[in-house]
Ligand binder design. Structure first.
Ligand code: THU
Length: 128
C-alpha cells in the first residue's frame, strides 16, 4: 500500500472520531511489517484523562491481531495541517519497532505528505 493510500485510510478513520469535548478529530493508519494495515480514531471521555489517541487506537487493533512490528503510521486531522503524534503516542510507536530510523511517520502537508522518521520525532527515546 502506498503512503498516499495509508493517508487516505487515516482520513477515512478521522470521520469516525468521537471528540465532543475537544472537537479535534484525528485518524491514524498503521502499516505493520507484513504489510497489514490498521486504522483508528481518537475517542474521548467526559473523564478527560481517559481519552485515547487515534494512533494508540490503531496500534491496539494491530496488537490484538497479533502484530508486533510497525513500519509506518499515517496521521490526519481535519483541524490541523501536519498533525504530529503526541509524545505518549511516539513512545508507544517506539515500543513496536526495532529501529526508530526505520519507522516513517506520515503527515498530511497541504495537498502533499510530510514524512519524518520516528527517530526524528523521538530523539533519545526511553528504553527499559
Ligand atoms: N489526539 C490524537 O488522537 N492523537 C495525538 O497524537 C494527539 C491528540 C487527540 C486526543 C484528543 O481527543 C484530541 O486529539 C485533542 O487533544
Amino acid at each position: 500500500m502506498t503512503y498516499e493510500e495509508l493517508m487516505q485510510k487515516a482520513v477515512e478513520a478521522s470521520k469516525n472520531s468521537y471528540s465532543p469535548y475537544s472537537k479535534f478529530a484525528v485518524g491514524a493508519c498503521v502499516l505493520t511489517e507484513d504489510d497489514s494495515v490498521y486504522t483508528g480514531c481518537n475517542f474521548e471521555n467526559s473523564s478527560f484523562g481517559m481519552t485515547i489517541c487515534a494512533e494508540r487506537n490503531a496500534i491496539g487493533s494491530a496488537i490484538a491481531d497479533g502484530k508486533r512490528k510497525i513500519k509506518a503510521v499515517a496521521i490526519y486531522s481535519p483541524n490541523q495541517d501536519n498533525c504530529t503524534p503526541c509524545g505518549a503516542c511516539r513512545q508507544v510507536i517506539h515500543e513496536f519497532c526495532e529501529n526508530d530510523n526505520d519507522v516513517d511517520i506520515i503527515l498530511k502537508n497541504g495537498e502533499g505528505l510530510k514524512i519524518y522518521t520516528l527517530a526524528q520525532l523521538l530523539p533519545e527515546s526511553w528504553n527499559l
